[in-house]
Write a protein that binds this ligand. Structure first.
Ligand SMILES: [Zn+2]
Length: 276
């Protein structure tokens, strides 16, 4: 500390405020206020730390999708970029590569300047693929058809392995879709989602729930929601017949009923229909 600073500090600690102002000095209380005001101003105009030039940017690892599922992922504004895993085009084995650079720096504001936290490609890949310690296996992005390759283009074995994992998941999703469709409950049917439909398409499975959700109407007898266009509300608690003619055609054709069991009003039409 210089002699003049020592002298000023002594004055600031001992002289009254007015005398300090005349001497062009601040008392300790005002000085503290000044400093904190200047700090908070700096929060709005914080200074950014610069990264050194020449940081390696050539990817050593790539992400691909074997499914028609793609996504643009942000890991936070501090990265200043996003990663785009593109869907696999129809008829191809895998989609375009998403390169992951060797190192990334997440920029964070610390008081009045920014700090950079480094992340390696391995760490970024773990985040994008939702793999690694502490992460639920059900989130693993291999289950939507994505895979990691340290080569571009990827080895055929890596593609085959990705397809094997995704196919297994698709089988589960198709079974889930079938179960929800079979239950006959509207809330189950509504739960069939894009994932289930993608899975059916990937496995080239013919299912009756792979199109957009059917329109539901209320059953006039029991009030339960039912799919529009059904012949009969085939539950033990109801049995309402929506389409009398197709219903009786089926009963007579299968031998469960005879023509004369049908309501008289439709018997004539029933005979005609059965002769076709
Ligand atoms: Zn009903």
């Amino acid at each position: 500390m210089s002699n003049s600073t020592l002298e000023n500090n002594l004055k600031a600690a001992t002289l009254p405020k007015s005398a300090l102002r005349n001497a062009g000095l601040l008392d300790s209380e005002t000085a503290q206020k000044e400093i904190s005001t200047r700090m908070s101003k700096k929060l709005y105009g914080f200074s950014r730390k610069q990264l050194p030039p020449g940081i390696p940017s050539e990817p050593r690892v790539w992400l691909f999708s074997v499914s028609e599922y793609g996504e643009t992922i942000s890991l936070g504004a501090g990265f200043g970029e996003t990663w785009e895993i593109k869907p696999c085009p129809e008829g191809k084995d895998y989609g375009p590569a998403c390169g992951v650079k060797p190192i990334y720096f997440q920029e964070e504001v610390v008081v009045d300047k920014t700090e950079h936290t480094p992340f390696t490609d391995v760490q970024i890949v773990e985040c994008l693929m939702k793999q690694g310690a502490g992460l639920n296996a059900s989130l693993d992005r291999r289950r939507v058809g994505w895979f990691v390759s340290y080569e571009n283009p990827p080895r055929p074995e890596a593609v085959a392995e990705a397809k094997r994992i995704y196919s297994a998941e698709c089988k589960r999703l198709v079974e889930e879709g079938n179960k929800k469709s079979r239950s006959g409950k509207k809330e189950d049917f509504d739960e069939i989602n894009e994932e289930n439909r993608r899975a059916a398409k990937f496995l080239k499975q013919n299912v009756d729930w792979d199109k957009a959700v059917s329109k539901m109407i209320d059953c006039p007898r029991c009030g339960e929601p039912v799919k529009e266009g059904i012949v009969v509300h085939a539950v033990s608690s109801c049995g309402h017949v929506f389409q009398l003619l197709p219903y009786w055609v089926s009963l007579v054709q299968s031998g469960q009923k005879v023509i004369t069991d049908a309501p008289e009003a439709i018997q004539e039409r029933l005979v005609k229909e059965l002769k076709r």
